[in-house]
Design a protein around this ligand. Structure first.
Ligand code: FAD
Length: 401
């Protein structure tokens, strides 16, 4: 399994590391501080646009993309190595046009979009000119079970009419978010997994209202944010249906395979950075006549963190490797394992790093507090861990029943 990455991927990785050192880490504090404090936080930071331009000029663009010349032609296994590097900074993914939820949305537009849909939405997304969101979750129903989704998608002549309420819609606060990819119910009399459809709704459509931003432990994650949205009889042309009526589950599955694993790849980078910060802090800080690094408890925390991060990296690499060979569907159990294992492991590593930093670790002065919030959310986002464990248990039990 542990093949070398190609020379081309290795070259991209080296250049990505150099770009991170030269442009991302030195500007990270400004990018992230602005994200939290500025009144115009939902619009893009000029510095972000400047860095995007530089990254694109250097060919460090759409690194995740496997569907055409707009990407770099990497396998998932190769991209895992690069994604870990850009995952070290919360500010980095957008610099390289590799940020959620746009990557998942570009994925499904590539797989299922018509030529017209691709021209209108995929092209500007690949160019980094617009942003998008994927709107499934609803406040009034348990949305981890997608069959519960209630938003109505009703055919009316040459149009569909969308009505409902969504929340936690990442990306929808951004002033540059132009597209909502909306899951809703088009036929409640159809078999359970054929009731849902996915439709493309322009963010400026009449009746679509961005009601409020939501925060994770107080972090609003601008400029993308997480929004509550209301669809009040929003009318869109019938050609905005993606793939076809009743095929919402197929679309959602296509989106979540690579999308889920990208989060895990990035989190390995966050974990590496947390271990690095933990070690540097422990070596430089003195208490009770010794450095923190000489204290047994701190050393145990560092050693345990290394064990857990290596395990997390291995399950992520295995999932990516299997996706490359057999596709996302065949790799669904490996993807589920990574989705459960990695956020928890990296959460714990970051938590230990916070502890070693004392009160400072809880503040905005270090990246640890925000990184912890990021990893904590993924134990619920993209489906709660329990749902993935349940799917794994079903598969295990079926081998013996
Ligand atoms: C930061 C953030 C960003 C998000 N971004 C998006 C987005 O862009 N688009 C979008 O549509 N949604 C998004 N979400 C929503 C996310 O996908 C949902 O919160 C998730 O699917 C769970 O749905 P729910 O919140 O309705 O929880 P519920 O379905 O109400 O579940 C609550 C709890 O019940 C338990 N549970 C559920 N099912 C099982 C089971 N089978 N076995 C055991 N226990 C179970 C779990 O503990 C679970 O956490 C985001 C969420 C967060 C926090």
């Amino acid at each position: 399994m542990f093949a070398e990455i190609s020379g081309r991927a290795a070259d991209l990785k080296a250049r990505l590391e150099a770009f991170m050192d030269e442009h991302v880490y030195p500007n990270e504090r400004e990018l992230l501080a602005e994200r939290r404090e500025s009144a115009g936080r939902w619009s893009t930071h000029p510095l972000m646009e400047e860095l995007k331009g530089k990254a694109r000029a250097q060919g460090l663009w759409n690194l995740f993309y496997t569907h055409g010349p707009e990407g770099q032609g990497l396998t998932n296994y190769e991209y895992t190595h690069l994604c870990e590097i850009l995952g070290r900074s919360l500010a980095a993914p957008e610099v390289f046009n590799c940020n959620a939820p746009d990557v998942g949305n570009m994925e499904i537009l590539s797989l299922y979009g018509t030529p017209q849909q691709k021209d209108r939405w995929l092209k500007p997304l690949l160019d980094g000119e617009i942003r998008s969101c994927f709107a499934m979750t609803e406040p009034q129903v348990a949305s981890s079970d997608a069959t519960n989704i209630e938003t109505a998608i009703r055919r009316d002549g040459d149009h569909y009419v969308v009505s409902g309420r969504k929340w936690w819609i990442t990306g929808a606060m951004s002033t540059r978010c132009k597209l909502a990819i909306v899951m809703g119910k088009s036929d409640s009399s159809a078999p359970k997994h054929k009731q849902q459809s996915v439709i493309l709704v322009p963010m400026d459509a009449s009746g679509l209202k961005v009601e409020r931003p939501l925060s994770v432990y107080g972090y609003e994650h601008p400029p993308l944010g997480h929004a509550e949205l209301v669809f009040d009889n929003v009318r869109v042309p019938a050609e905005n249906m993606l793939l076809g009526e009743g095929r919402g589950f197929e679309v959602a599955q296509g989106r979540l395979g690579p999308g889920r694993i990208h989060h895990c790849m990035r989190f390995i980078g966050l974990g590496e950075r947390a271990i690095e910060l933990m070690c540097r802090r422990a070596l430089s800080r003195h208490a009770f006549g010794t450095t923190l690094a000489e204290m047994g408890g701190v050393r145990q925390a560092i050693g345990q963190s290394r064990c857990e991060l290596e395990q997390a990296r291995l399950v992520t690499l295995k999932a990516a490797w299997k996706m490359d060979r057999q596709g996302s569907k065949a790799a669904r159990h490996e993807i589920a394992i990574a989705k459960v294992v990695v956020p928890s492991a990296v959460s714990q590593i970051i938590d230990r790093a916070i502890q070693v930093h004392g009160a400072g670790g809880l503040s905005g002065d270090f990246f640890l507090a925000e990184a912890f919030a990021e990893t904590r959310f993924l134990r619920i986002g993209d489906g709660p861990d329990e749902v993935h464990r349940e799917a794994l248990a079903r598969a295990e039990l079926s081998r013996f029943s």
